[in-house]
Design a protein around this ligand. Structure first.
Ligand code: 4AD
Ligand code: MG
Length: 438
């Protein structure tokens, strides 16, 4: 390393035009002629075309570059030059280079520019992440997470994370992962942090938890992972209307952040950004009753009392350019903790946000039961063991107040932002029914 030459990232190249710099990266692509070659280098921040001219370099350096193999690691030094025809607007004229590790010809980098099948790519996910589109999707994910945290941190919410090992089910018993915890005890991986957030909301007012959650989803769909990240705000002294208001404001805040900071990545993903720019307040609102009527009028087989499937969710929003809020579902299709609607107790004070363009439910939430006797009755009806919920029941004994909250899945939201067909590309190492590797 030469201390005289500053190490920069490719994203910073524009600020160093005319200067000699050092870039540490990997060989993305290589074009060559007899006396010149063009190694395209990526460093995690961008890609830059380098120009290596035989007559300007020690022979050994030129020979090493000319035959370099894809994804070999290297450090190049040279002058940055503005070049309007180059993808990033700049090129680097190579003055010297060190090869850090050369990928051997006998065992070449498996992902070549040709088309590969999805199973092959998923098996090589640890390498596939280096590709432009995968890199872009994960950069958008990063921005989504950052904006979510910024939103809650600047609106009076305290981050209080909740446990992963839990003794009780939150979202029904059919999707639980059971773990042997000790010789005496089995526990479950958390499906949601909500129940604990209800406790912390009574301590802090407004809280959120943000972590991995687990569902043993038996179905293989493009919207379901078995391990996904969820942000879950919970608010004391709040109701269903607060959930709609905060959810809408949060969604708009995150989209604004993505549009502001991810233009290059959205371009790499070929995302039609006008679809995201169109998402504005107010989001349309509809009762479950009316949603069923709308679906029936569009030819769905759904009957009152049934839950919406993927095709129903897509049908419901196919004439909309922004998420739809559907509220007051039949209590029977929802989790045990929902407060019943006062005028019609067979309905739950819950709301789902259904994203446009077929992305389905991105948010689920609502108002929680705050009455002790009603909670005890529901636990019994849902066949949930009272012992596992003793602490949760306490919350209804000691200063119980109306409270509400929701959960948003990071991967579903990111898939929508990126316009991706399948949720598996929105997380670095997806876990699905038939995939636990790499
Ligand atoms: O509707 P869900 O199941 O709600 C809850 O877990 C509540 N306890 C949240 C709360 O009120 N604090 O899940 C919430 C969101 C869904 O809208 C969806 O975005 C995401 O979590 N989600 C999944 N994402 C990926 N794969 C799965 N298997 C998912 N299940 C839910
Ligand atoms: Mg839901």
């Amino acid at each position: 390393m030469n201390p005289e030459i500053p190490r920069i990232t490719i994203a910073e190249a524009g600020r160093h035009a005319g200067e000699t710099v050092e870039i540490a990266g990997w060989l993305y692509n290589l074009r060559r002629g007899g006396k010149i070659c063009f190694p395209q280098v990526r460093d995690g921040y961008g890609t830059i075309q380098c120009v290596a001219v035989k007559s300007n370099l020690p022979e050994e350096t030129f020979e090493k570059l000319k035959d370099l193999t894809q994804e070999s690691s290297l450090i190049v030094r040279g002058k940055i030059r503005a070049e309007s025809r180059a993808p990033g607007g700049f090129e680097l004229d190579v003055e010297s280079a060190d090869i850090v590790q050369r990928v051997p010809e006998s065992d070449p980098y498996p992902i070549t520019p040709k088309e590969h099948g999805i199973d092959f790519l998923m098996d090589h996910r640890h390498l596939w992440l280096r590709s432009r589109r995968q890199h872009a999707a994960l950069k958008v994910r990063h921005q989504v997470i950052k904006a979510l945290r910024d939103y809650f941190d600047s609106h009076g919410f305290t981050l209080v994370d909740t446990p992963i090992f839990t003794p009780a089910a939150c979202e029904g018993t059919t999707t639980l992962f059971e773990v042997k915890y000790s010789d005496e005890e089995n526990v479950y991986l958390a499906q949601s942090g909500q129940l604990y957030s209800e406790a912390t909301a009574a301590a802090f007012g407004k809280v959120y938890c943000f972590g991995p959650t687990f569902r043993a989803e038996k179905s293989k769909t493009r919207r379901h992972l078995t391990e996904f990240w969820m942000v879950e705000p919970e608010m004391a002294y709040s109701d269903l209307e607060d959930v709609k208001r905060v959810g809408e404001e949060m969604v708009l805040f995150v989209i604004a952040g993505v549009l502001e900071n991810c233009q290059e990545d959205l371009k790499a993903l070929e995302r039609d950004v006008s679809k995201l720019e169109a998402v504005k307040a107010p989001f349309p609102r509809m009762s479950y009753d009316d949603a069923v009527k709308k679906l029936q009028s569009k030819g769905s087989e759904i009957q009152w009392g049934g839950d919406f499937g993927n095709t129903d969710e897509t049908l419901l929003t196919d004439d909309l350019d922004r998420p739809l809020m559907v509220d007051r579902y039949p209590a029977a299709v929802k989790a045990f903790y929902f407060q019943p609607a006062p005028e019609r107790p067979e309905l739950a004070l819950g709301v789902d946000f259904i994203a446009p363009e077929g992305y389905g439910e991105i948010i689920g939430g609502g108002q929680r039961i705050h009455d002790l006797d009603l909670l005890l009755k529901r636990l019994e009806e849902h066949d949930l063991p009272r012992e596992a919920f003793d602490w949760y029941i306490d919350l209804r004994k000691y200063g119980s107040v109306p409270h509400a909250g929701f959960g948003m899945g990071v991967e579903r939201f990111t898939a929508w932002m990126c316009g991706l067909e399948h949720i598996r590309e929105t997380i670095a190492f997806p876990r699905m029914l038939y995939r636990t590797r790499p």
